[in-house]
Design a protein around this ligand. Structure first.
Ligand SMILES: CC(C)(COP(=O)(O)OP(=O)(O)OC[C@H]1O[C@@H](n2cnc3c(N)ncnc32)[C@H](O)[C@@H]1OP(=O)(O)O)[C@@H](O)C(=O)NCCC(=O)NCCS
Length: 82
């Protein structure tokens, strides 16, 4: 994730990642949104995955919802009218 975040930063954008952590401390899933560095224009979903053993419990839905909430709070000028 850090490697991808750096590659995105090198292209002039910001990668926002929400990660779901299982009870044993391992990563159960993640979702990404890429935002232009100046926080204007459109963001776009980059990737979403949930480990097979954690699927079907709403994790992707909750991570997506949290991702949208965080990105809109951090970049209020993003995607006007969305
Ligand atoms: C797609 C994926 C992220 C879903 O994760 P998940 O935590 O099991 O999903 P959720 O439990 O939050 O499901 C939320 C809703 O999406 C639906 N859904 C889940 N996977 C789906 C799929 N592959 N296609 C269509 N709908 C799907 C669920 O049925 C659920 O709808 P419902 O509330 O009406 O029942 C997971 O299956 C995965 O990691 N797949 C491999 C990677 C991938 O395809 N990523 C997406 C492209 S980047």
């Amino acid at each position: 994730m850090r490697t991808v975040a750096k590659a995105v930063a090198d292209r002039g954008s910001v990668l926002h990642t929400v990660t779901a952590i299982a009870g044993d401390g391992t990563v159960a899933g993640f979702t990404d949104v890429v935002v232009p560095a100046d926080g204007t224009g459109d963001g776009h979903g980059s990737g979403t995955a949930v480990l097979a053993t954690h699927r079907g419990h709403g994790l992707a839905l909750w991570m997506k919802a949290e991702s949208i909430r965080l990105v809109r709070a951090r970049h209020p000028e993003l995607c006007p009218g969305c």
